[in-house]
Design a protein. Structure first.
Length: 334
């Protein structure tokens, strides 16, 4: 990378400044973003001042945030040099992720040897935006049974499906099975129009949406027709043994203890299973225990089972979503 950072003790800088020089002005324009939006995001999140001067960027601020801003800018510029775009989500990811010290090693997965994690699908490349997401993705690839527990908007389901598609297209599994409990949250299934499939489909729509992000429409339709990708309510899992499959149970907080036990015992040879849920959004009747909470209590001591937790800091939807979650959490504690 032909990118220079001038010594902060040089004549062109003070102890509170660092000057970066970018040789390719076209890439620099993309780095800054429309109306310098990317620079503004970095300034706001890290509380530094960034001044653009031709093909140079001056970063002003205290040592730690200034150094962090420089690292973010250099990483994003390297991304542009490799031919990939820089969007607001990429800036957000670099701001959230801690700098890599000792990258985790894995004989199974080349991706973890370089510290960066990228999930390749047919339509897009998916990258975790937070350290919790990165640890979660690593668990999805390396553990046969992984749990993702946390509030809405933290990428639990989206990343789980992305990893499933990646493992499917690389031949690690023969099929993908996605499931949810069809629990009524205020609405009654019987009042919905159509046959049983029509009534169930709205509950499964988030899973369809995720798949559509990763696979071309025609390929997805063909794979579903061939039953190599299945989306089904949790109740339809009874009596099956799921071998050589990537299996996801979403909204697991709405599974009963018996349903959770039934689902977990479907795990067959060559399969991986992911359980996602949010303990604050249980729609079961008050007297019915959540199977997710029971599984968490009973299985944490098993070494081959991974539990991954998310907080409002890991929300990657609109920033207002994180603020809403924090407000409700504070009210619950009051």
């Amino acid at each position: 990378m032909a990118l220079g950072a001038l010594d902060p003790t040089s004549e062109q800088s003070t102890v509170h400044e660092m000057l970066l020089e970018f040789p390719d002005n076209r890439l620099l324009i993309d780095l800054c973003g429309e109306f310098d939006r990317n620079l503004a995001d970095i300034e706001q999140k890290l509380e530094v001042q960034i001044v653009r001067r031709g093909n140079q960027i001056l970063v002003i601020g205290d040592e730690q945030p200034r150094g962090r801003a420089v690292t973010v800018l250099q990483t994003l510029y390297e991304r542009l040099e490799s031919g990939r775009a820089v969007e607001s989500g990429d800036v957000d990811r670099e701001l959230r992720m801690e700098p890599v010290q000792d990258a985790p090693r894995s004989d199974q997965l080349e991706m973890f040897k370089g510290g960066k994690v990228e999930i390749k699908t047919r339509k897009k490349l998916v990258e975790p935006r937070t350290d919790a997401q990165k640890a979660y993705v690593q668990s999805l690839f390396t553990k046969e049974l992984a749990f993702g527990i946390g509030p809405a908007g933290t990428g639990k389901t989206y990343l789980a499906v992305a990893v499933g598609v990646s493992m499917f297209i690389t031949g690690h599994v023969d099929k993908i099975i996605l499931s949810r409990p069809a629990v009524e949250a205020g609405e009654k299934l019987g009042y919905l129009p159509g046959d049983m499939q029509d009534k169930i489909d709205p509950y499964m729509q988030p899973l369809y949406d995720a798949l559509n992000d990763f696979l071309p429409d025609k390929q997805l339709a063909k794979l579903m027709e061939e039953k190599r990708i299945e989306i089904a309510p949790l109740a339809f899992m009874r009596g099956r043994t799921l071998s050589n499959a990537y299996v996801v149970l979403d909204e697991a907080q709405n599974a009963t203890t018996m349903q959770m036990k039934m689902f977990l015992t479907r795990l067959g040879e060559g399969s991986r299973m992911v359980i996602t849920g949010d303990r604050t959004q249980i729609d079961l009747p008050g007297h019915v225990a959540s199977g997710l909470q029971d599984a968490e209590r009973l299985l944490t001591a098993i070494p081959k089972v991974s539990f991954n937790y998310f907080t409002s800091r890991d929300v990657v939807r609109h920033p207002l979503v994180a603020a809403i979650i924090e407000a409700y959490e504070a009210d619950d504690k009051a």
